[in-house]
Ligand binder design. Structure first.
Ligand code: GLU
Length: 321
């Protein structure tokens, strides 16, 4: 079916339900595809044939298909919410002295660039940048990872959103590379709190589990100029319109690891992915879309999720380009 004509009065047309069913039928893997990341052991437990998708409209409705209620590990998608929380607490504009806003062109956990660039990470979505953001939260909040969790519960309107403590413990036990990044940052004076504390809060917020429906609702403020979605406890202003615009632009240029250009080419939306197989994409003024399927490509992005989003924007005309 084609949705070439989107009614003016409705942010998301009724036909979206049939389209999402169609995407599930076409893109759910029939056998395991891609890989799961070795650095995060518990992700190997996810169902390789899992596939869910949800669209949360600025009008308040959430439409979904497939395994859209199945909780999954959001991993790097949490970096988006920790950044939003940090910007909301950064009245002095200090954070942007410590992290840049440029694509890195290297792997998300690379050490090389950090050394060459004197401990200033290229952007808040690579691991080094997210560690700086977490450090900022550790400085200004009592419980940084607890605050990210509370933020996501409020935005999604769901108490089911939780930190998977076992997953966090296994990741912490195998986090030599993130530990190296944090020590580099500390050595350059760009980490203000003890490495162990920052790492633990970072890994705990990466280990938050939620479903596609919950994640789409949580991301709605990004489609809505910073206002929370109707029905969520975040309603009434989550972030300023200016910071919301900035987060969307960093998602577009840096949100998909070293494949942001390819994602812009195929999908044409600001997006943030995680190695748990989730992607959150934003259609400004219209909706937030969350998709999940665990098999990853070589860059760390969900293979089936990216393909489904590419087809979604082709059929709806929702690309921003
Ligand atoms: N917890 C993972 C790590 O720090 C997140 C990776 C990701 O989703 O990009 O390596």
């Amino acid at each position: 079916m084609s949705l070439a004509v989107v009614p003016e009065h409705s942010a998301v047309p009724q036909e979206i339900a049939a389209l999402l069913d169609d995407l599930v039928a076409k893109h759910r893997p029939s056998s395991p595809v891609g890989r799961v990341p070795p650095a995060v052991p518990h992700l190997a437990d996810a169902d390789p044939l899992g596939f869910g998708i949800a669209v949360a409209s600025v009008d308040g409705a959430v439409t979904s298909a497939g395994d859209a209620d199945a909780p999954f590990s959001i991993q790097s998608i949490s970096k988006l919410f920790s950044l939003a929380l940090a910007l909301g607490n950064d009245s002095g504009g200090m954070l942007w002295n410590r992290v840049l806003r440029e694509p890195s062109g290297t792997a998300f956990n690379s050490l090389v660039q950090l050394e060459a660039e004197q401990g200033i990470p290229r952007n808040p979505f690579i691991n080094a940048g997210a560690l700086v953001v977490t450090d900022f939260l550790v400085e200004c909040l009592d419980d940084a990872s607890g605050a990210v969790l509370a933020f996501l519960r409020a935005l999604s309107g769901s108490e089911r959103v939780t930190v998977d403590g076992d997953a966090a413990a296994t990741e912490l036990a195998s986090s030599a590379r993130n530990c190296a990044l944090a020590n580099f940052l500390a050595d350059f004076g760009n980490l203000h709190n003890p490495v162990d504390a920052v790492l633990e809060h970072y890994i705990r917020h990466c280990s938050i589990t939620m479903s596609c429906r919950e994640l789409a609702r949580a991301g709605l403020f990004l489609a809505n100029g910073g206002a929370g979605g109707r029905g969520s406890r975040g309603a009434g202003g989550v972030l300023s319109a200016a910071d919301t615009k900035r987060i969307n632009s960093i998602m577009l240029t840096c949100g998909m690891y070293d494949a942001a250009g390819e994602f812009a080419y195929r999908v044409g939306l600001p997006g943030k992915s995680g190695v748990g197989g989730g992607i959150l994409a934003v259609v400004p003024g219209r909706c937030a879309v969350s998709v999940w399927s665990p098999g990853l490509d070589a860059k760390g992005n969900s293979i089936a999720g990216t393909a489904a989003l590419a087809e979604l924007t082709s059929r709806t005309g929702w690309s921003i380009f």
